[in-house]
Design a protein around this ligand. Structure first.
Ligand SMILES: [Mn+2]
Length: 354
Protein backbone atom coordinates (compact mmCIF):
# COMPACT_ATOMS: atom_id res chain seq x y z
CA UNK A 1 0.00 0.00 0.00
CA UNK A 2 2.69 2.48 1.01
CA UNK A 3 4.73 1.67 -2.07
CA UNK A 4 1.81 1.81 -4.49
CA UNK A 5 0.55 5.10 -3.01
CA UNK A 6 4.03 6.59 -3.27
CA UNK A 7 4.39 5.37 -6.89
CA UNK A 8 1.11 7.03 -7.75
CA UNK A 9 2.18 10.28 -6.07
CA UNK A 10 5.47 10.47 -7.97
CA UNK A 11 3.72 9.59 -11.24
CA UNK A 12 1.27 12.44 -10.52
CA UNK A 13 4.32 14.74 -10.29
CA UNK A 14 5.38 13.62 -13.75
CA UNK A 15 8.32 11.57 -12.45
CA UNK A 16 9.15 8.02 -13.40
CA UNK A 17 11.37 7.23 -10.42
CA UNK A 18 12.40 8.47 -6.98
CA UNK A 19 15.60 8.29 -4.96
CA UNK A 20 15.13 8.27 -1.19
CA UNK A 21 18.06 9.54 0.85
CA UNK A 22 16.38 10.28 4.20
CA UNK A 23 16.58 7.34 6.63
CA UNK A 24 13.01 7.82 7.87
CA UNK A 25 11.59 7.84 4.33
CA UNK A 26 13.72 4.84 3.41
CA UNK A 27 12.40 2.89 6.38
CA UNK A 28 8.81 3.98 5.77
CA UNK A 29 8.81 2.82 2.16
CA UNK A 30 11.14 -0.21 2.26
CA UNK A 31 10.65 -1.23 5.92
CA UNK A 32 14.40 -1.62 6.12
CA UNK A 33 16.20 0.44 8.74
CA UNK A 34 19.68 1.53 7.71
CA UNK A 35 21.62 4.75 7.91
CA UNK A 36 23.57 4.92 4.67
CA UNK A 37 22.59 4.15 1.09
CA UNK A 38 19.59 4.66 -1.16
CA UNK A 39 16.12 3.37 -1.77
CA UNK A 40 15.21 3.62 -5.44
CA UNK A 41 11.62 3.39 -6.61
CA UNK A 42 10.97 2.85 -10.30
CA UNK A 43 7.68 2.47 -12.14
CA UNK A 44 7.61 -1.31 -11.67
CA UNK A 45 10.70 -2.19 -9.73
CA UNK A 46 12.30 -0.95 -6.55
CA UNK A 47 15.66 -1.45 -4.89
CA UNK A 48 17.56 -1.06 -1.66
CA UNK A 49 21.15 0.02 -2.35
CA UNK A 50 23.36 -0.68 0.63
CA UNK A 51 27.03 -1.27 1.40
CA UNK A 52 28.64 -4.30 3.02
CA UNK A 53 27.64 -3.28 6.56
CA UNK A 54 23.94 -3.59 5.77
CA UNK A 55 23.75 -6.02 2.90
CA UNK A 56 22.98 -9.20 4.85
CA UNK A 57 20.28 -7.50 6.93
CA UNK A 58 18.86 -5.84 3.81
CA UNK A 59 18.51 -9.20 2.07
CA UNK A 60 16.74 -10.62 5.11
CA UNK A 61 14.42 -7.61 5.45
CA UNK A 62 13.58 -6.92 1.81
CA UNK A 63 10.24 -8.31 0.74
CA UNK A 64 9.34 -9.32 -2.80
CA UNK A 65 8.95 -5.69 -3.81
CA UNK A 66 12.64 -4.81 -3.41
CA UNK A 67 15.82 -6.06 -4.97
CA UNK A 68 18.96 -5.58 -2.89
CA UNK A 69 22.02 -4.14 -4.59
CA UNK A 70 25.51 -3.85 -3.14
CA UNK A 71 27.30 -0.51 -3.20
CA UNK A 72 31.04 -1.16 -3.32
CA UNK A 73 34.24 0.49 -4.46
CA UNK A 74 34.07 -1.54 -7.67
CA UNK A 75 30.44 -0.64 -8.27
CA UNK A 76 30.39 3.11 -7.73
CA UNK A 77 27.71 3.77 -10.32
CA UNK A 78 25.01 1.49 -8.97
CA UNK A 79 22.65 4.40 -8.36
CA UNK A 80 22.62 5.79 -11.94
CA UNK A 81 22.88 2.24 -13.31
CA UNK A 82 19.78 1.16 -11.39
CA UNK A 83 17.83 4.21 -12.53
CA UNK A 84 18.83 3.58 -16.16
CA UNK A 85 17.83 -0.06 -15.86
CA UNK A 86 14.43 1.14 -14.55
CA UNK A 87 14.09 3.37 -17.62
CA UNK A 88 13.98 6.52 -15.49
CA UNK A 89 14.43 10.02 -16.87
CA UNK A 90 12.72 12.33 -14.38
CA UNK A 91 13.77 11.42 -10.85
CA UNK A 92 12.12 12.80 -7.71
CA UNK A 93 14.49 13.55 -4.84
CA UNK A 94 13.90 14.52 -1.23
CA UNK A 95 14.56 18.25 -1.21
CA UNK A 96 13.03 18.58 2.29
CA UNK A 97 15.69 16.31 3.75
CA UNK A 98 18.97 16.87 1.92
CA UNK A 99 21.90 19.12 2.72
CA UNK A 100 23.21 21.46 0.03
CA UNK A 101 26.45 19.48 -0.29
CA UNK A 102 24.67 16.11 -0.50
CA UNK A 103 22.47 17.59 -3.21
CA UNK A 104 25.52 18.78 -5.16
CA UNK A 105 26.96 15.26 -4.95
CA UNK A 106 23.65 13.72 -6.05
CA UNK A 107 23.41 16.12 -8.97
CA UNK A 108 26.89 15.15 -10.15
CA UNK A 109 26.17 11.44 -9.75
CA UNK A 110 22.86 11.74 -11.61
CA UNK A 111 23.96 14.21 -14.28
CA UNK A 112 22.13 12.18 -16.94
CA UNK A 113 18.77 12.52 -15.21
CA UNK A 114 16.42 15.36 -14.50
CA UNK A 115 16.07 15.83 -10.74
CA UNK A 116 12.66 17.03 -9.50
CA UNK A 117 12.06 18.11 -5.88
CA UNK A 118 9.35 15.94 -4.31
CA UNK A 119 8.37 18.49 -1.65
CA UNK A 120 5.92 17.15 0.93
CA UNK A 121 4.87 14.04 -0.99
CA UNK A 122 6.15 11.57 1.61
CA UNK A 123 5.32 13.80 4.57
CA UNK A 124 1.73 13.90 3.33
CA UNK A 125 1.64 10.11 2.98
CA UNK A 126 3.09 9.58 6.46
CA UNK A 127 0.56 12.00 7.95
CA UNK A 128 -2.28 9.56 7.23
CA UNK A 129 -1.50 6.43 9.22
CA UNK A 130 -2.37 2.78 8.90
CA UNK A 131 -3.65 0.75 11.87
CA UNK A 132 -0.29 -0.99 12.15
CA UNK A 133 1.31 2.41 12.71
CA UNK A 134 -1.19 3.29 15.43
CA UNK A 135 -0.36 -0.08 17.00
CA UNK A 136 3.38 0.62 17.03
CA UNK A 137 2.82 4.03 18.67
CA UNK A 138 0.52 2.37 21.20
CA UNK A 139 3.19 -0.20 22.07
CA UNK A 140 5.66 2.63 22.62
CA UNK A 141 3.10 4.49 24.71
CA UNK A 142 2.46 1.46 26.97
CA UNK A 143 6.18 1.38 27.73
CA UNK A 144 6.15 5.10 28.58
CA UNK A 145 3.17 4.63 30.90
CA UNK A 146 4.91 1.82 32.77
CA UNK A 147 7.93 4.12 33.18
CA UNK A 148 5.66 6.81 34.67
CA UNK A 149 4.30 4.40 37.29
CA UNK A 150 7.83 3.24 37.98
CA UNK A 151 9.16 6.73 38.76
CA UNK A 152 6.17 7.66 40.95
CA UNK A 153 7.66 5.30 43.54
CA UNK A 154 11.11 6.81 43.20
CA UNK A 155 10.55 10.57 43.12
CA UNK A 156 11.90 12.23 46.28
CA UNK A 157 13.54 15.55 47.20
CA UNK A 158 17.04 14.04 47.03
CA UNK A 159 16.67 13.00 43.38
CA UNK A 160 17.97 15.33 40.64
CA UNK A 161 16.07 16.25 37.48
CA UNK A 162 18.69 14.43 35.41
CA UNK A 163 18.30 11.32 37.58
CA UNK A 164 14.54 11.44 37.04
CA UNK A 165 14.99 11.75 33.26
CA UNK A 166 17.55 8.92 33.36
CA UNK A 167 15.19 6.65 35.36
CA UNK A 168 12.45 7.18 32.78
CA UNK A 169 14.80 6.48 29.88
CA UNK A 170 16.51 3.48 31.51
CA UNK A 171 13.16 1.92 32.39
CA UNK A 172 11.84 2.40 28.84
CA UNK A 173 15.01 0.98 27.29
CA UNK A 174 14.80 -2.12 29.47
CA UNK A 175 11.12 -2.47 28.56
CA UNK A 176 11.98 -2.65 24.86
CA UNK A 177 12.16 0.95 23.62
CA UNK A 178 14.67 1.48 20.80
CA UNK A 179 15.56 4.93 22.09
CA UNK A 180 13.90 7.89 23.82
CA UNK A 181 11.34 9.42 21.44
CA UNK A 182 13.13 12.77 22.02
CA UNK A 183 15.33 14.19 24.79
CA UNK A 184 13.31 13.55 27.96
CA UNK A 185 11.99 16.64 29.73
CA UNK A 186 11.89 16.35 33.51
CA UNK A 187 11.75 19.77 35.16
CA UNK A 188 10.67 20.89 38.63
CA UNK A 189 9.71 23.99 40.57
CA UNK A 190 10.39 27.24 38.74
CA UNK A 191 11.81 25.35 35.74
CA UNK A 192 8.36 23.84 35.12
CA UNK A 193 7.36 27.21 33.64
CA UNK A 194 9.65 26.42 30.68
CA UNK A 195 7.52 24.33 28.27
CA UNK A 196 10.64 22.66 26.83
CA UNK A 197 13.00 23.06 29.78
CA UNK A 198 16.05 20.86 30.08
CA UNK A 199 16.56 18.62 33.10
CA UNK A 200 19.36 20.03 35.26
CA UNK A 201 21.85 18.48 37.63
CA UNK A 202 19.95 19.86 40.63
CA UNK A 203 17.68 18.27 43.19
CA UNK A 204 13.95 18.20 42.45
CA UNK A 205 12.23 21.29 43.83
CA UNK A 206 8.97 21.02 45.71
CA UNK A 207 5.96 21.92 43.61
CA UNK A 208 5.15 20.94 40.04
CA UNK A 209 7.30 18.36 38.27
CA UNK A 210 6.63 18.12 34.54
CA UNK A 211 7.67 14.98 32.67
CA UNK A 212 7.34 15.04 28.86
CA UNK A 213 8.85 12.02 27.18
CA UNK A 214 8.22 8.97 25.04
CA UNK A 215 9.47 5.61 23.83
CA UNK A 216 10.21 4.33 20.30
CA UNK A 217 9.02 1.01 18.86
CA UNK A 218 9.67 -0.08 15.25
CA UNK A 219 10.64 3.51 14.45
CA UNK A 220 7.40 4.97 15.84
CA UNK A 221 7.47 7.47 18.69
CA UNK A 222 5.11 8.10 21.56
CA UNK A 223 4.58 11.44 23.32
CA UNK A 224 3.07 12.02 26.76
CA UNK A 225 3.29 14.71 29.41
CA UNK A 226 2.29 14.34 33.03
CA UNK A 227 2.69 16.93 35.76
CA UNK A 228 2.82 15.77 39.39
CA UNK A 229 3.44 17.64 42.64
CA UNK A 230 6.32 16.99 45.00
CA UNK A 231 4.88 17.83 48.42
CA UNK A 232 1.44 19.39 48.76
CA UNK A 233 -0.26 21.57 46.16
CA UNK A 234 -1.66 24.88 47.43
CA UNK A 235 -5.01 26.23 46.25
CA UNK A 236 -3.47 28.19 43.34
CA UNK A 237 -1.68 25.11 42.09
CA UNK A 238 -4.83 23.02 42.37
CA UNK A 239 -6.81 25.60 40.43
CA UNK A 240 -4.15 25.82 37.74
CA UNK A 241 -3.91 22.02 37.41
CA UNK A 242 -7.69 21.69 37.29
CA UNK A 243 -7.87 24.31 34.53
CA UNK A 244 -5.29 22.51 32.37
CA UNK A 245 -7.08 19.21 32.89
CA UNK A 246 -10.49 20.73 32.11
CA UNK A 247 -9.05 22.29 28.93
CA UNK A 248 -7.54 18.97 27.88
CA UNK A 249 -10.69 16.94 28.63
CA UNK A 250 -12.83 19.45 26.71
CA UNK A 251 -10.54 19.25 23.66
CA UNK A 252 -10.49 15.44 23.86
CA UNK A 253 -14.28 15.53 23.95
CA UNK A 254 -14.62 17.44 20.66
CA UNK A 255 -11.65 16.18 18.64
CA UNK A 256 -12.73 14.06 15.70
CA UNK A 257 -12.47 13.61 11.94
CA UNK A 258 -14.03 16.57 10.10
CA UNK A 259 -13.40 19.16 12.83
CA UNK A 260 -11.54 22.40 12.19
CA UNK A 261 -8.11 22.21 13.84
CA UNK A 262 -8.23 25.80 15.12
CA UNK A 263 -11.63 25.12 16.63
CA UNK A 264 -10.30 22.19 18.68
CA UNK A 265 -7.40 24.36 19.82
CA UNK A 266 -9.88 27.12 20.69
CA UNK A 267 -11.96 24.86 22.94
CA UNK A 268 -8.95 24.32 25.23
CA UNK A 269 -7.65 27.87 24.84
CA UNK A 270 -10.97 29.48 25.81
CA UNK A 271 -11.13 27.50 29.05
CA UNK A 272 -7.63 28.65 29.98
CA UNK A 273 -8.32 32.28 28.99
CA UNK A 274 -11.69 32.35 30.75
CA UNK A 275 -10.09 31.07 33.95
CA UNK A 276 -7.91 34.20 33.90
CA UNK A 277 -4.62 32.73 32.70
CA UNK A 278 -4.25 35.26 29.93
CA UNK A 279 -1.18 34.75 27.75
CA UNK A 280 -0.05 31.71 29.78
CA UNK A 281 -0.72 29.08 27.04
CA UNK A 282 1.78 30.22 24.44
CA UNK A 283 2.01 27.15 22.22
CA UNK A 284 -0.38 25.20 20.01
CA UNK A 285 -2.70 22.52 21.39
CA UNK A 286 -1.00 19.66 19.60
CA UNK A 287 0.95 18.18 16.73
CA UNK A 288 1.15 15.06 14.64
CA UNK A 289 3.42 12.28 15.86
CA UNK A 290 4.72 9.14 14.17
CA UNK A 291 8.18 8.33 12.89
CA UNK A 292 9.07 11.90 13.82
CA UNK A 293 8.12 13.32 17.20
CA UNK A 294 6.78 16.45 15.54
CA UNK A 295 5.09 16.05 12.19
CA UNK A 296 1.98 17.27 10.40
CA UNK A 297 -0.61 18.43 11.27
CA UNK A 298 -0.34 21.31 13.76
CA UNK A 299 -3.31 22.15 15.96
CA UNK A 300 -3.07 25.85 16.77
CA UNK A 301 -5.05 29.08 16.38
CA UNK A 302 -3.68 29.67 12.84
CA UNK A 303 -4.94 26.29 11.56
CA UNK A 304 -8.32 27.80 10.73
CA UNK A 305 -9.90 26.02 7.76
CA UNK A 306 -7.69 22.95 8.16
CA UNK A 307 -9.85 19.93 8.79
CA UNK A 308 -8.89 16.87 10.85
CA UNK A 309 -8.78 13.74 8.71
CA UNK A 310 -9.09 10.03 9.32
CA UNK A 311 -5.66 8.47 9.83
CA UNK A 312 -4.10 11.43 11.60
CA UNK A 313 -2.47 10.96 14.97
CA UNK A 314 -2.19 14.10 17.10
CA UNK A 315 -1.27 15.13 20.60
CA UNK A 316 -3.60 17.15 22.82
CA UNK A 317 -1.40 19.05 25.24
CA UNK A 318 -2.63 22.29 26.76
CA UNK A 319 -0.48 23.94 29.42
CA UNK A 320 -0.35 26.97 31.68
CA UNK A 321 3.03 28.55 32.36
CA UNK A 322 3.53 31.35 34.90
CA UNK A 323 6.89 32.93 34.16
CA UNK A 324 9.41 32.57 36.99
CA UNK A 325 6.96 30.60 39.13
CA UNK A 326 5.81 27.27 37.75
CA UNK A 327 3.89 25.55 34.98
CA UNK A 328 1.83 22.50 34.16
CA UNK A 329 1.06 20.55 30.98
CA UNK A 330 -0.99 17.40 30.40
CA UNK A 331 -0.58 15.53 27.09
CA UNK A 332 -2.29 12.53 25.50
CA UNK A 333 -2.24 11.22 21.91
CA UNK A 334 -5.40 10.71 19.86
CA UNK A 335 -5.68 8.52 16.75
CA UNK A 336 -8.45 9.31 14.26
CA UNK A 337 -9.29 5.73 13.30
CA UNK A 338 -12.00 4.11 11.16
CA UNK A 339 -13.87 3.56 14.41
CA UNK A 340 -13.63 7.22 15.46
CA UNK A 341 -11.17 9.02 17.72
CA UNK A 342 -9.20 6.75 20.05
CA UNK A 343 -7.10 8.08 22.91
CA UNK A 344 -3.92 5.97 22.73
CA UNK A 345 -2.87 7.18 26.19
CA UNK A 346 -3.97 5.12 29.16
CA UNK A 347 -2.42 6.86 32.13
CA UNK A 348 -3.87 8.56 35.21
CA UNK A 349 -4.09 12.33 35.16
CA UNK A 350 -5.73 13.31 38.41
CA UNK A 351 -3.43 15.50 40.50
CA UNK A 352 -0.81 13.28 42.13
CA UNK A 353 1.02 14.54 45.25
CA UNK A 354 4.20 12.71 46.20
MN1 LIG B 1 4.11 16.74 22.33
Amino acid sequence: MRLSKFRKAIADMGCDAAVLTNIVSQRYISRFNFTDGYVVIGREKAAILADFRYIEAAKAAAGNDFEVILISREQKNVLPDTLSRYGAKKVAYENNYITCSAFDALKTKLADFELIPMGNVLDDLREIKYDEEFEAVTRAQRIAEAAFRHVLDLINPEMTEIELAAELEYYMRRAGSDEPAFPTIAVSGASSSLPHGEPANKKLSRGFITMDYGATVDGYRSDMTRTVVLGRADDDMRRLYRTVLDAQLAALEVICEGKDMAEVDGVARDIIENAGYHGCFGHGLGHGVGMYIHEAPSLNPSAKGKILRRGQLVTVEPGIYIEGKYGCRIEDMVALTDRGPVNLTDCEKQLIEL
